[in-house]
Design a protein around this ligand. Structure first.
Ligand code: ZN
Length: 282
């Protein structure tokens, strides 16, 4: 039995155009393309059912703002001026929100999207430098650069080296120049303190940080750790846990180290990324 009753899975349907019978593309193609793009998006199994609607919400103003911004992003895509930057401690649902937005954009529009954990991405790029693997760095970079929507999870987790900074800048700047929105998550607070080792600024460097401020809506929030909740927990449990569990406590004794990391140019690890640009599909 064909899965599409309109076109018998041929992808073409006959329509009546002012009394003239014409053949046109069937809508099921868009649906099938979206399903394929969803399978290609590299979404980790544990997040494959995430939606913005099945995330349990509770009265937490900044958290609710993050969710509603993500919903707006999904509804407006592809006409979005900015991506999203979800910031907060581990376990508060940042990846859920990011992946849900990615999935829902793909489902709604059929766009090509990609999920990458930042550390995994850098590891995959590095692995292409191994000559025994017949993989060029562009094989890894191209889908990331060209994805119509991209999630980069856990930004700042990787220790900042010149190579990391160059690589991340290349990816982020290329996407910025091509107006392709990116949704980031990070555990590192955006505090304007160059002396704070655990600030987003110190974790990603000046250049990337200022670019991120331009290209993303920053959504910073605090909350309880979803992973500590029993399976059937509801809004009240979350609220209760949040009230009894102060999350944010940043150590700030490593001031000198943080400044050194930001200001001392390290002897150049050779940066050798060749991205000639080019638009998706070209
Ligand atoms: Zn059809």
């Amino acid at each position: 039995m064909p899965s599409c009753a309109i076109c018998d899975d041929t992808g073409w349907k006959t329509i009546d155009d002012n009394g003239v019978s014409r053949v046109t593309r069937c809508d099921c193609l868009k649906v099938r393309a979206a399903e394929q793009h969803l399978r290609d998006a590299r979404i980790p199994p544990r997040y494959q059912r995430c939606t913005l609607e099945n995330l349990i919400t509770y009265p937490n103003e900044k958290f609710l703002k993050a969710v509603s911004s993500a919903k707006r992003f999904v509804e407006a895509f592809p006409v979005v001026q900015k991506g999203l930057m979800l910031i907060g401690p581990p376990g508060i649902g940042k990846t859920h929100i990011a992946v849900a937005a990615l999935r829902q954009v793909i489902q709604r529009t059929g766009a090509r999207g990609q999920y990458y954990d930042t550390r995994g991405l850098l590891r995959d790029i590095r692995s292409t430098y191994n000559p025994t693997l017949q993989m060029a760095e562009m094989d890894v970079l191209r889908p990331v650069m060209e994805a119509e929507v991209l999630v980069l999870d856990d930004l700042g987790a990787e220790r900042l080296t010149d190579w990391v900074e160059e690589t991340m800048s290349l990816i982020v700047n290329t996407r910025y120049n091509e107006r392709r929105p990116t949704i980031f998550t990070s555990n590192y607070e955006d505090i304007p303190d160059e002396g704070e080792m655990n600030s987003l600024l110190v974790r990603v460097g000046f250049r990337l940080h200022s670019r991120l401020r331009e290209m993303c809506e920053f959504l910073e929030y605090d909350g309880p750790d979803y992973r500590e909740l029993p399976p059937n927990a509801g809004a009240e449990d979350l609220l209760g846990l949040w009230k009894t569990q102060p999350r944010r406590k940043l150590p700030s004794k490593t001031t000198g180290q943080a400044r050194a990391q930001l200001k001392t140019p390290k002897s150049a690890e050779r940066v050798d990324l060749k991205w000639s640009g080019g638009r998706a599909g070209s």
